[in-house]
Ligand binder design. Structure first.
Ligand SMILES: [Ca+2]
Ligand SMILES: [Ca+2]
Ligand SMILES: [Ca+2]
Length: 365
């Protein structure tokens, strides 16, 4: 019984497979078997249209009395005056259309079929030509960043896939697919969370796809991540550079914290060579993005000219993401001159004169 059951099953399987095969054969051969060689031409099937890049195969299958018939095609305004003959493959009419010189965008392909009696039938299909990858451009400039930072870029394509515009970071295509940029007006934005990135240089690009699948990456911009503090000097204004010996030369220094951590208790100094000769201490916290003017002074007793520099955090009190950008690049020559006696000297001369006057007064008595 068991054997008979198995045998039965095998026969049944064979029957099913055979039936399925025959059905498939009928489906494949369907249209041509069903096509009639008589009567006016009828377009049974035309190729699907849709996205095309570089080339497109246009094909129509026709039934009817086509013994001496033929088919012509044209694109857009070339219909109906400038039509070209299609190749008769027997089963269909066919043409391989090169799209290299065709503008990106929708185009209509027309087909006109003639049969031996001169009767015609017309059909058309729309193709969306997309030969080019999107135009992309990073708008954001090279920046020092911390916390949330909005990266901006442009992506333009007749068939841009707006859900496939990414902020590509450090060339990591896999993880950057999560950085989908949002369309804002005429550009795209993505908020970079610098706290998830290591301090230092990172490269950001906009990477955009069109619906066809062509993609393009912009030039890279440098995002310098500074989750730690980063003190820099943004301006130096020397308010006194030529003074009498013993008096102060003065500079007003604008210090900025470009990092993401507050800094305090650091020095701003006037340097002679590498040596800080005059310093001011900043004790109040300088928060991320904040700037402050700090006045620094230095004096010298002898008459001379010196070349001086300005730098921040000369005591190395603050741990920064970048320590090599703390010096203002332009030196300043300061001059100490000999001059009229100082106020102290005037007082001393006056005192001596007074004593002498008193002494001579006493003698007169
Ligand atoms: Ca495109
Ligand atoms: Ca710094
Ligand atoms: Ca430092």
């Amino acid at each position: 019984m068991i054997f008979a059951g198995r045998k039965m099953t095998w026969v049944l399987r064979f029957a099913i497979v055979a039936a399925a095969g025959l059905t498939a054969l009928l489906i494949v051969a369907g249209p041509s078997m069903a096509a009639s060689n008589e009567g006016p031409p009828v377009i049974l099937e035309i190729s699907e249209g849709g996205y095309a890049s570089e080339w497109y195969d246009l094909e129509v299958s026709v039934e009817g009395d086509m013994a001496r018939g033929t088919a012509f095609w044209a694109m857009d305004d070339d219909y109906p005056d400038r039509m070209e003959e299609m190749e008769d493959t027997g089963a269909s009419f066919y043409v391989h259309i090169l799209l290299d010189d065709v503008e990106d965008g929708p185009h209509t392909l027309w087909v006109v079929v003639y049969n031996s009696t001169g009767t015609t039938v017309t059909d058309s299909v729309v193709i969306d030509v997309d030969n080019h990858s999107p135009y992309v451009e990073a708008i954001t400039n090279h920046s020092t960043i911390h916390g949330d930072f909005v990266f901006e870029g442009r992506a333009v394509d007749p068939y841009l896939n707006e859900s496939a515009v990414y902020c590509l970071i450090d060339g990591d295509e896999t993880s950057s697919k999560a950085n989908v940029m949002t369309k804002v007006g005429d550009h795209f934005e993505f908020t970079v969370d610098a706290t998830t990135m290591t301090d230092g240089e990172h490269l950001a690009r906009i990477w955009a796809f069109d619906l066809w699948g062509n993609s393009n990456k912009s030039h890279a911009i440098v995002l310098f991540v500074s989750n730690k503090a980063n003190l820099v000097i943004t301006n130096v204004d020397w308010t006194k550079t030529k003074v009498e010996a013993g008096k102060d030369v003065v500079a007003v220094v604008t210090v900025k914290n470009e990092g993401g951590t507050t800094a305090s208790d650091f020095k701003v100094s006037i340097l002679e060579g590498d040596k800080a000769v005059g310093s001011s201490k900043v004790t109040d916290p300088l928060g991320p993005g904040e700037s402050r003017d700090v006045t620094v002074k230095w004096s010298m007793d002898e008459e001379d000219s010196r070349e001086m520099y300005i730098a921040v955090d000369t005591g190395e009190d603050v741990e920064e993401s970048k320590e090599d950008d703390n010096q203002w690049p332009e030196p300043q020559t300061v001059t100490f001159e000999g001059g009229s006696p100082g106020f102290g000297m005037v007082l001393a001369i006056f005192a001596v004169a007074l004593v002498a006057l008193l002494a001579s007064g006493r003698r007169r008595r």
